[in-house]
Design a protein around this ligand. Structure first.
Ligand code: FCB
Length: 466
């Protein structure tokens, strides 16, 4: 029996056996019935252009020199546009019950507003039908970073009118898919869009401006609120509405007390500037002075919305230090010297996930939560037998899934776990150099090869199926 079979054998028994020795704590022996196992992708990262798709800000950003590590782009990506039946079959074979994907806004609305493209709409209709047929629930995310360039030309997230454009687009999608789709996600990680896209210039549209960063923060919050109301009205009670945040506990760089204010500031920007308005109807005090010039009467009431679930994307904590030259007086700080890291250089800290989930329980009224992204880039090794050995990824997943079980034991209302991600794909500024998939994609042939983590994760999902 080789290692892979051993894993399978473990999974066939009790999930606790499979998960191995868990860190101390009161873990339930298995996940509760109905706990949902799924995977997430995003349009720009996997689809490719397909038949036709108007430019998004990422197409334009990729053409700028020096933006993408390997000078690549999403023109082909994983060609999911054509190969989605095979990809959905892979999900089904792994026992996954939910597929979260995003709609490419410029594919369905080339101008961002106005006349939809029938071919673009039809693609998502077929995708939804194929998932449903495979017994997989489609979770539709409306915005995963690929804004139509036509809207960027009109001011993009810097322009307040985008709240209306986004709500109209949400209504359009509800009209086309709402007979089959009940799960709707407004935004993916608005903090990344604001900070990396508008503040630090590392993502599209590539601005380095504090003013643009805060405008993007507020207008995303506003757009999200308006789209939530629009879909609540459109769904007639059938829709389950939510949004997704990248949440990362923030620690003082170098463990220094002197960096505590910097950590608090970054926490306010990265986490609370999105959580507090949504759940409490106000910006955190540290963000208030920056938000005030943007907030108009009625905005905060529109942003504060009941949601059916919060999606949490979790990869690791962040470290910040004081730096007067930084975008808000802070900068990346040193993590503990003994911290384990992924090949991305990101810290591996599953216990910070428990801490984060428990904090959400306490501060925001125990919302229903799904971990909508978690996963890691490690360099895979392909053996002479063609097997893709990614045991480092398996260890990462095992420890984070164990953390989810600990959070459940603490009374967190956690309902599911979506792995990032099924396929190696276009990892934004890293291009194709950073690979998070549990399935390898040959860039020349597009051939899909499941890695050992695919078998492992499938075994976990099946062992814990409802
Ligand atoms: C998240 C993004 C996702 C992917 C992972 C690694 O921040 O939502 O698209 O890039 O990171």
């Amino acid at each position: 029996m080789d290692r892979r079979d051993l894993l399978k054998a473990g999974a066939a028994g009790v999930a606790g056996t499979l998960l191995g020795a868990l860190p101390a704590g009161a873990e339930p022996s298995a996940f509760p019935p109905g706990f949902l196992w799924g995977t997430s992708t995003s349009a720009y990262q996997v689809e490719g252009r397909g038949d036709r798709r108007a430019d998004s800000i990422w197409d334009v950003f990729c053409r700028l020199p020096g933006t993408i590590a390997d000078h690549s782009n999403g023109d082909i990506a994983c060609d999911h546009y054509h190969r989605y039946p095979e990809d959905i079959a892979l999900m089904a074979r792994a026992g996954l019950k939910a597929y979260r994907f995003s709609i490419s806004w410029p594919r369905v609305l080339p101008e961002g507003t106005g006349q939809p493209d029938a071919k673009g709409l039809d693609f998502y209709s077929r995708l939804v039908d194929t998932a449903l047929k495979a017994g997989i629930e489609p979770w539709v995310c409306l915005y995963h970073w690929d804004l139509p360039q036509a809207l960027q030309d009109r001011g993009g997230w810097g322009e307040r009118a985008i709240a209306g454009w986004f709500a109209d687009y949400a209504r359009l999608m509800a009209r086309h898919l709402g007979d089959r789709v009940t799960r709707w996600i407004m935004l993916n990680e608005p903090s990344v869009v604001a900070v990396m896209g508008h503040g630090l210039g590392e993502h599209a549209p590539g601005f380095r401006s504090r003013a643009k960063m805060f405008a993007a923060m507020h207008h995303q919050n506003l757009a999200q609120g308006r789209a939530l109301s629009a879909l609540r009205a459109a769904g007639g009670g059938r829709f389950r509405l939510g949004t997704i945040l990248s949440l990362q506990p923030v620690r003082p760089g170098g463990g220094l007390d002197a960096n505590r204010p910097a950590a608090a500031m970054w926490d306010a920007l990265w986490n609370r500037a999105f959580l507090d308005p949504l759940f409490h109807g106000h910006y955190p005090a540290l963000i208030e002075p920056f938000a005030a010039p943007l907030v108009q009467p009625g905005d905060l009431a529109e942003i504060r919305q009941p949601i059916d679930f919060l999606g949490v994307n979790y990869y690791g904590p962040m470290y910040q230090r004081a730096d007067p030259a930084g975008i808000i007086g802070t900068n990346w700080g040193a993590m503990p010297a003994d911290m384990k890291k992924t090949a991305m250089g990101w810290p591996v800290d599953p216990s910070a996930l428990v801490e984060l989930l428990v904090e959400l329980r306490d501060r925001y009224g125990n919302p229903t939560i799904y971990v909508t992204e978690n996963g890691a880039f490690y360099r895979d090794r392909t053996g002479s037998d063609g097997r893709v050995d990614d045991r480092a990824r398996i260890a990462y997943l095992r420890d984070h899934i164990a953390a989810c079980r600990r959070a459940l034991a603490h009374g967190v209302d956690l309902r599911g776990y979506f792995i990032w991600t099924i396929l190696d794909n276009f990892e934004w500024a890293h291009g194709y150099t950073a690979r998070f998939g549990i399935v390898q994609v040959n860039r020349a042939t597009m051939e899909r090869t499941p890695k050992e983590s695919y078998d492992w994760f499938g075994a976990v999902a099946r062992a814990n199926a409802a």
